[in-house]
Design a binder for this molecule. Structure first.
Ligand SMILES: [Zn+2]
Length: 261
């Protein structure tokens, strides 16, 4: 399966495979979202040597140094860190930098990657927005931090939404529906974002991509500047790691964003 579409390019070469946003390539940014053929776990599920071998090949392909990658320990939080050097980060799900040569990496299995670029102030953000992060509005919080720390204007921002579990597969029950309806009071059941499933008691489909777009637009991001790859990780689980598809044994796709030196 080739996932190339109007928004992304699916590159396969020398045993390494990844998706890249056309828009971010136009701006000359380092960017990728890796696929099932490689795994980038650092939590002990994979042999560290295998992970490092995959990083080595990926870095060679992207033309970056392994030592330039910052990859925090993620906790489904709304914690966002601004950095200007390669440092070790824990309990962080959003990273911002204006420093060229630092490559921001986060890992994903079904959660939504939100890659942000301010072409005016040359600032980038890599955001891990799973269902918990989306409920905590980590996307718009990152935009607010960019405004505060770097003087970014939301209307200038380019936002790329990577593969994630989409409304076709994100089935939830009342516990998650209640959290979403509390956080997004304007999104009632049977809106476009939260739909009750026909004939299934207490089951709902949530469109977290749509919610992320709506809350980013509320923060001032232009709809025309949001580039959504439109890919569901469960639908494309023959190519991408997916937690819903693979459960506990699921591998991780890594999304990297960087400003070239
Ligand atoms: Zn799907």
């Amino acid at each position: 399966m080739d996932l190339t579409n109007n928004v992304i390019i699916h590159t396969k070469k020398d045993g390494i495979e990844y998706l890249q946003f056309r828009k971010l390539l136009e701006y000359g940014l380092v960017n990728c979202y890796t696929t099932r053929i490689n795994d980038f776990d650092l939590d002990g599920r994979l042999d560290k040597r295998d992970t490092e071998y995959n990083y080595k090949r990926l870095c060679e392909s992207l033309g970056i140094e392994r030592s330039s990658i910052v990859r925090p320990n993620q906790t489904h939080s709304d914690n966002i860190q601004c950095i200007n050097e390669v440092i070790k980060l824990s309990d962080v799900d959003g990273i911002l930098t204006a420093t060229p040569g630092i490559n921001l990496a986060l890992s994903f299995a079904d959660c939504t990657p939100i890659l942000i670029y301010d072409p005016v102030h040359k600032v980038i953000g890599n955001i891990h927005s799973g269902w918990k992060g989306t409920a905590k509005k980590i996307g718009p919080k990152a935009v607010k931090r960019m405004q505060k720390e770097y003087g970014s204007r939301p209307e200038d921002l380019i936002v790329c939404i990577g593969p994630g579990i989409r409304e076709c597969h994100f089935e939830v029950q009342d516990d998650v529906r209640e959290i979403y309806e509390k956080e997004f009071s304007y999104l009632g059941v049977n809106s476009e974002a939260i739909k009750k499933e026909e004939g299934k008691e207490g089951k709902y489909m949530i469109d977290t991509t749509l919610i992320n777009k709506l809350i980013l637009e509320e923060q001032g991001v232009k709809a025309a500047n949001i580039y959504d790859c439109g890919i569901c990780t469960v639908c494309a689980s023959s190519v991408l790691h997916s937690y819903r598809a693979d459960k506990e044994k699921s591998g991780r796709n890594v999304a990297i964003l960087g400003i070239k030196n």
